[in-house]
Design a protein around this ligand. Structure first.
Ligand code: SF4
Length: 362
């Protein structure tokens, strides 16, 4: 039985530092770097992985989800669908005096979530929701024809997953991370465990990144012979960059080009400024997402789906999805200021050479 240290690499600064720490502490033969390829990555992520491989003299194992079998099952399901179930809207639950009821943790405390208000991140209580309205849900013959024509494996995990679900992920249903990254990494590690090895999963997680990660543990046992180790839990982003600089590891070029984090291009959680930056620097990525919106929409019952989902005051869902919330409309919105009411005159100016959110360039 051997002990393997599996480092999940994303191409971002935290996993770069984690990989460097693992390789400093253990021989290369005991360290396995893995990369879960979502298929929605920027070309600079792939070149950064190649850079890491030559910098450290290692090979990074690429893992890619395959949904071909699930898609075949879904095609059969659509073709045979005769359901009559109902679909509901969700509205906040109110108490007897008409005040919103909030969700509570097991300890009885009101649950809080991070939201953006006027460009600032603030905490607000999470309301309890209940079902309202109700519509009968089934595939119409027209929708079946449209979906069966389009729903074929493309070989791109992100697109295939969204076509399979008939929608894009959202903050509340972030199935992309789960299916394209977490499950792939865990399956890889479990396979090693089943071969009789001990596995330590090195994760570049920092507590100051988000509320969800605020209680991340340095070390924990996940399952028999499977452990998680998070060497950066107490580090800040500045410390991570300082570590990389001290050990001569170049961070991903995307940081210098205005991205505050490296992940999908774009991520469904992309912020307004980043979306504007992406549209200005890499309009081809926006074209690709627009094409994906059309394909995923054709695989859904409704016939439309948008990459960035959000609440919208308009009533007609077709108008919301097809016109107001698609990626091109969101790019236009990203060029506005003051909550989308005012056109930002400098938004169409060419991007500056370095717009790093971390101030990486002198
Ligand atoms: S959350 Fe963002 S970065 Fe993570 S898998 Fe989903 S789209 Fe990609």
């Amino acid at each position: 039985m051997s002990v393997f240290h599996v480092v999940s690499c994303s191409g971002g600064k935290d996993s770069d530092a984690t990989l460097d720490l693992a390789l400093r502490r253990f021989p290369k033969s005991r360290v396995i770097a893995i990369f879960c390829d979502t298929g929605n990555e920027h070309a600079l992520v792939y070149s950064h992985l190649e850079y890491l491989e030559s910098r450290h003299g290692i090979t990074i194992v690429r893992l890619m989800a395959d949904f071909a079998e699930d898609i075949a099952r879904k095609r059969m399901y659509i073709a045979r669908d005769v359901r009559t179930r109902r679909e509901y809207d969700r509205v906040p639950r109110l108490d007897a005096s008409g005040r919103p009821v909030y969700r509570r943790t097991n300890a009885g405390e009101v649950e809080l979530r991070e939201v953006k208000r006027d460009g600032k991140t603030v905490l607000e209580p999470v309301p309890r929701m209940k079902k309202a309205g109700g519509r009968r849900v089934r595939w119409s013959n027209k929708a079946k024809r449209r979906a069966l024509e389009t729903l074929h494996p493309s070989g791109n995990p992100f697109l295939d997953l969204c076509m399979l679900k008939g929608r894009f992920p959202s903050r509340k249903a972030q199935f992309c991370t789960q299916e394209l990254k977490t499950m792939m990494a865990v399956a890889f590690q479990l396979e090693l465990v089943e071969q009789g090895h001990r596995v330590v999963s090195w994760q570049g997680v920092r507590r100051d990144e988000s509320l969800n990660r605020a209680k991340a543990k340095l070390f924990e046992r996940i399952a028999p012979r499977l452990y998680a180790y998070r060497p950066l839990v107490e580090w800040s982003a500045v410390q991570v960059f300082a570590h990389l600089a001290a050990h001569d590891v170049q961070p991903n070029e995307l940081y210098r080009l205005g991205m505050s984090r490296v992940g999908c291009m774009p991520c469904i959680n992309v912020n307004k400024g980043e979306l504007r930056e992406i549209a200005a620097r890499w309009p081809e990525e926006i074209d690709r997402i627009a094409e994906w919106e059309a394909r995923v929409g054709r695989c859904s019952k409704h016939g439309y789906s948008t990459f960035m989902t959000d609440a919208h005051p308009a009533k007609d869902r077709r108008v919301i999805f097809a016109e107001l919330m698609n990626i091109r409309a969101r790019v236009e919105w990203s060029k506005t200021s003051r909550g989308g009411k005012q056109i930002d005159l400098f938004a169409d100016a060419p991007p500056a050479a370095c717009s790093s959110a971390y101030g990486l360039c002198e």
